[in-house]
Design a protein around this ligand. Sequence first.
Ligand code: SAM
Length: 183
Amino acid sequence: MDIVEWIRKLPHSPEGHWGMGHLPIVHFIQEEIKPQTMMEIGLNNGTSAAMWLFSCPQVTLMSVDIGIHKFIGEVADIMREQFDDRFFFLETDSMELPNMKFPIYDLIFIDGGHKFEVCKSDLKFSMEHARYILIDDTAGNSPGVNKVLKEVSLESLQLVKRWNIGAGCILYKNLGITDTSSS
Ligand SMILES: C[S@@+](CC[C@H](N)C(=O)[O-])C[C@H]1O[C@@H](n2cnc3c(N)ncnc32)[C@H](O)[C@@H]1O
């Protein structure tokens, strides 16, 4: 299917999501990290997921969403139609992730619930499951994310890059994960 025609199938979302302005972030990560495996917390209408999958042709993406929006199942189907077995969807509260079994991912992108407890849980989970961690909404407009960045010990994280694009993004290398085997 023509890509433009396919993109038009993704529903409009009332909630914030990535756009063309975020492409430099995806481009940087593809150039510098070339992730093979990724988890994204916060699928929403599939915009950022589609950007990862189109821009990083080697990547396999596990997308997690609690399903606040009724269209989430439809979005997952549309994504699978385009990306087949490079896209997986798990509908769950991300605070349940620590109770499930996952491999180590090359990158986890945190863009789900922005309340303190949710974001804190997502960061702690990512610290145990990702070689690189990208956090969205770090420019100061999200009180929950701000508090997490202040209160959670980031000792094992090395700042790679900060972007003042959209709501702000920070990329960390996780020095706490030493496993270099392919996930
Ligand atoms: C800001 S949107 C994600 C935008 C998307 N990453 C993009 O740029 O296209 C946040 C998403 O997180 C989901 N969400 C909120 N709380 C969550 C939770 N506790 N666990 C998992 N997903 C959650 C919402 O349903 C929503 O779809």
